[in-house]
Structures are given as C-alpha cells and as structure tokens.
Design a binder for this molecule. Structure first.
Ligand SMILES: CC(C)(COP(=O)(O)OP(=O)(O)OC[C@H]1O[C@@H](n2cnc3c(N)ncnc32)[C@H](O)[C@@H]1OP(=O)(O)O)[C@@H](O)C(=O)NCCC(=O)NCCS
Length: 95
C-alpha cells in the first residue's frame, strides 16, 4: 500500500506544483495476489483536480513467468486523494 501511495504522489505533486500530503484512500482493491519474484509496476494518473485536492488512480500490474510464458495481470486498483499544502501544513489552493 505504501508503494501505491508513493506512486500516486508523483503525478499528484506535479499537478499540485508543490508539496502534498495523502488525505484519503477512496478505494483500494487487491484483485489478484502478488507473488515473490513478480515484477510489479504502478501506473498512476490524475483523475480530478479540485481547489486544493488531487485525486489519483493507481493501477498495479504484476508480470510473472508461468510455464515458460510471460503473463501480466492487474493486481491492484486504488484511488487516492492528496491535498496540496503550504509551509504551515495547511491546504493550499492549486493554481
Ligand atoms: C490534509 C489536511 C492539511 C487537510 O486539511 P483540512 O482543513 O482538514 O481540509 P479538508 O481535508 O477538509 O479538505 C481539503 C481537500 O480534501 C478533500 N477531501 C478531504 N477528505 C476527502 C475524502 N475523504 N475524499 C475525497 N476528498 C476529500 C476536500 O474535498 C478538499 O478538496 P478541495 O479543496 O479540492 O475541494 C489535514 O487534514 C491533514 O494534515 N491531514 C493529515 C495528513 C497526513 O498526515 N497524511 C499522511 C498520512 S500517512
């Protein structure tokens, strides 16, 4: 979950043009298991920008070799809300 949070924070910080904090996890679904040895990739996109908040959807894929074949499966989906903050840690309007 922390890796998904970190992945989501990257586009959120760019959209907010500065510091952000994680405010809420709107959705978090573990759809399939991740196994030792899987190559895990997180794809994060901004889905909404509000006055001070940025909502990011994160899709997590695991790539593994099964029976000599490479398979890529969607393992986790999450929607995380970040809030832009100022130097005092208070919400900051996103310009
Ligand atoms: C983030 C923080 C500064 C926000 O201050 P606040 O005065 O409580 O402001 P709110 O959270 O009510 O509102 C800020 C924005 O978040 C949005 N928001 C808050 N809770 C939300 C939720 N559950 N779902 C979706 N959006 C939410 C609000 O709609 C608002 O968005 P907008 O300005 O774009 O309309 C404060 O709550 C805080 O410091 N929280 C702790 C953060 C933290 O420590 N994170 C690390 C966790 S490991």
């Amino acid at each position: 979950m922390s890796q998904v949070d970190i992945a989501g924070s990257i586009p959120a910080q760019i959209a907010a043009k500065g510091r952000i904090v994680t405010r809420a996890v709107e959705a978090f679904e573990f759809k399939k298991p991740v196994f030792v040895g899987d190559l895990v990739s997180c794809y994060a996109d901004v889905i909404k920008t509000g006055k001070t908040s940025v909502s990011v959807k994160v899709d997590v894929y695991a790539q593994r070799i099964t029976g000599g074949e490479i398979k890529t499966v969607l393992v986790t989906e999450a929607i995380i809300i970040y809030v832009a903050i100022n130097d005092q840690g208070r919400p900051r309007i996103i310009q």
